[in-house]
Design a protein around this ligand. Structure first.
Ligand SMILES: Nc1ncnc2c1ncn2[C@@H]1O[C@H](COP(=O)(O)OP(=O)(O)O)[C@@H](O)[C@H]1O
Ligand SMILES: Nc1ccn([C@H]2C[C@H](O)[C@@H](COP(=O)(O)OP(=O)(O)O)O2)c(=O)n1
Length: 665
């Protein structure tokens, strides 16, 4: 997961391979609640691990439900409709799929509860559900604005509930209110309980998921059209024993779109969900086909390839796929005419006002967009009009994910996604998964070269962290080679060049959480001594050793980008890097820094000997015949003798921003 303030996606040109998708959020949270309310133990497989499922699990645990976790499998010991805790303050984050059904469950079960969330949750309406529960006799107060969380729930004796008249609930704002009632009314169904939907029910496929899962837990709801739902008297939740969570069909939409945009040849295989899924968003496939995608499907997989190109414009009532339809709005940029998505008023009450947000961000890319209370129209974007944009994500995972598709733009521009961490809501590893199947036009590299103890490593690690990039400490490869040379009983000199190069070639090396692991052994400290530095410098002067380490270094260049530090990153290994920094500081400063660094690691040494070593090493590194230490012609020099670490980082990030096409927005 990326926790950097922004993530720059370099331009992509193709997609291919296999993706395995995480479990569906809607299915995961419904199953968790049903398993907690049911009698017996439920083993849940492939549960989504995300912010919203964690919110639900934490709440269920706080209510006394026992949950044991082993990897992606959970064993839930159901409460059989009896809470163990009758008083709690529960944090709902921004998880609508936890907030709504828990409000209903707790109001019906009786107790003193407070439910609150993040500020956006307190702007998401819940009045229609509270009204329906109040008709029944439940007692719920608004603690902030009427109609919105936070809420306080008071206990009501079960025999005070008015179950004899149909419960009326609005269905035209969010189907989650009806889902909340359907999931929880079996708790009190001592007689037939009927729900009547007021207004046109939206997002029906989500109600189908609810009914389908209720049936798995022993509750057979009778449905008359989409207007009346009856929970039969005596309904009781029964655990199905084992239950599997399908992969998220809404998450599949990004990869279906990816296939449609960029998978030529064999196409892109998507695993975990197939065309017969119980999730409504699977019908995104129909819309993608209409736009030109070639989609094949099996029981639990899809294969998608590019068909028509440019894509065909679409005019769609997207009420049945509200979440996945956002993906169509970005695909529309690549179509042969304006595309219109209609009947999407529910977008306005999701994680953010999604119609406004999509329109604003698509316009930043250069697109012409029209929007109204319940529609959005997106015009195709010709290559000349594309702009490099910083896309605001409004703490909305779907905005972050669907705008990643803008990286296929024909202008070959990068796309900046602000706050990429928001994907954690449903798909924490979205970007990692994307990076496995896309082919970039180019992967950016920042090179930081310079003499020993100038602060290269410190700076490179922090810059990489700020950008979410990978990090290559090329010096560690020479240090490990030096260590391996000594362990093989060899002198690190030209007489042994061939054997040392062979050692370098065959290094079994791993970088695990900042540790350097050689043949399974953590050698991080062993390679940091001054003696090891000197050996590294000696083996690094041997041309065959440098050659042997070449391809290993190049393999570090992976999406979304790389920061590499060493001596020849900018001159030899990545000469085309768009930013090269040559970092220096006075010899006295460097000796002093290294001294402090070694002392803090418990390695004793003197300042004089360090300075002598350091100057000898600089001299050898600068004078050798291959890849000597020297600034690349286009390197920017940074003397950090008088700069703090934070100032050096800021300077390099400023330079990076300078060479990017993003304008301050
Ligand atoms: N700008 C700076 N000001 C003060 N100390 C620094 C600065 N940059 C790095 N240091 C310190 O200098 C020491 C050597 O830095 P390091 O990153 O290991 O250098 P290199 O990778 O160039 O050998 C570290 O203890 C680090 O904290
Ligand atoms: N790209 C590189 C990196 C390091 N080397 C050599 C030269 C250096 O003296 C040694 C050790 O490098 P390292 O970056 O770990 O050394 P310092 O941390 O700067 O002291 O390896 C190299 O030749 N080319």
């Amino acid at each position: 997961m990326y926790s950097s303030p922004f993530l720059d996606l370099p331009p992509f040109r193709a997609a291919t391979g296999v993706v395995r998708l995480p479990g569906s959020k809607s299915i995961s949270n419904r199953i968790l609640l049903l398993a907690a309310l049911a009698a017996g133990t439920t083993t849940v497989h492939d549960l989504l691990d995300s912010d919203d499922t964690r919110v639900m699990l934490d709440a269920l645990r706080a209510l006394g439900c026992e949950v044991a976790q082993e990897g992606a499998t959970l064993r839930i010991h159901g409460l059989d409709g009896q809470l163990r805790t009758r008083q709690a303050s529960l944090f709902m984050g921004n998880a609508g799929t936890a907030m709504r059904p828990l409000t209903a469950a707790l109001a019906l079960l009786g107790g003193d509860f407070e439910l609150h969330g993040v500020p956006r949750m307190h702007e998401r309406p819940i009045g229609d559900l509270v009204d329906a529960l109040t008709q029944l006799g439940c007692r719920i107060d608004y603690l902030g604005n009427p109609g919105y969380p936070p809420l306080r729930i008071h206990p009501v004796p079960p025999d005070m509930l008015a179950l004899d008249v149909p419960i009326r609930v609005r269905g035209d704002v969010s189907s989650q209110f009806l889902t909340a009632l359907l999931l929880t009314l079996p708790l009190v169904a001592t007689r037939d309980v009927t729900i009547e939907v007021v207004g046109e029910l939206i997002s029906r496929p989500y109600i189908e998921i609810t009914l389908n899962l209720l049936a798995r837990f022993g509750i057979d709801v009778r449905r008359e059209d989409w207007q009346r739902f009856t929970i039969p008297a005596g309904s009781r939740y029964r655990s199905p024993g084992d239950i599997h969570v399908e992969a998220d069909a809404s998450s599949a939409s990004y990869f279906i779109a990816l296939g449609a945009l960029a998978a030529t040849g064999d196409g892109l295989r998507i695993e975990g969900v197939g065309a017969t899924s119980i999730q409504g968003d699977i019908r995104f496939i129909e819309a993608a086909r209409e736009m030109g995608a070639q989609v094949e499907s099996g029981p639990n997989w899809l294969r998608v390839a590019r068909g028509a190109w440019p894509l065909k414009a679409i005019d769609l009532d997207a009420n049945h796929i509200p979440d996945a339809a956002m993906t169509l709005a970005v695909m529309a940029l690549y179509a042969d005419g304006p595309s219109t998505l209609r009947n999407i008023a529910s977008w306005r009450v999701k994680e953010t006002d999604r119609i406004d947000a999509m329109a604003a961000e698509l316009r930043k890319l250069g697109a012409a967009v029209e929007d109204g209370p319940d529609f959005i129209r997106v015009h195709p974007l010709p290559a000349a009009n594309w702009r490099a944009a910083s896309v605001e994500t409004y703490d909305d995972h779907r905005i972050a994910m669907c705008f990643s598709l803008a990286a296929f733009n024909p202008a070959a521009l990068p796309v900046r996604i602000l706050d990429p961490h928001c994907v954690a809501k449903t798909f924490p590893d979205y970007f990692e998964t994307l990076f496995e199947v896309v082919e970039p036009l180019d992967i950016p590299v920042i090179c930081i070269d310079g003499p020993t103890a100038s602060g290269k490593g410190t700076l490179a690690v922090e810059v990489a962290h700020a950008l979410g990039y990978h990090y290559l400490d090329s010096g560690s490869l020479y240090r490990v080679t030096g260590l391996a040379t000594r362990r093989a009983g060899l002198e690190p000199d030209a007489a042994n060049e061939g054997r040392i190069a062979a050692l370098a070639h065959g290094l079994s090396l791993q970088f695990i959480k900042g540790q350097v692991v050689l043949d399974g052994e953590d050698v991080s400290d062993a390679i940091r001594t001054e003696a090891a530095g000197m050996d590294a410098s000696r083996v690094s002067a041997l041309p065959a050793v440098r050659e042997a380490l070449l391809s290993l270094q190049k393999r570090f260049r992976r999406l979304p980008g790389l920061v590499a530090d060493g001596r020849d990153m900018g001159t030899v290994i990545f000469p085309e890097a768009p930013l090269k920094v040559f970092l220096t500081a006075s010899a006295a400063q460097r000796a002093d820094r290294r001294h402090k660094q070694l002392i803090s690691k418990g390695i004793s040494t003197t300042l004089d000997s360090l300075r002598a070593d350091l100057e000898a090493r600089d001299a050898r590194d600068s004078s050798r015949s291959v890849a000597p230490l020297k600034p690349a012609r286009d390197a920017r020099r940074l003397d950090n003798s008088q700069l703090s670490i934070a100032q050096s980082i800021e300077q390099v990030l400023d330079w990076w921003q300078d060479v990017q096409p993003f304008k301050a927005s």
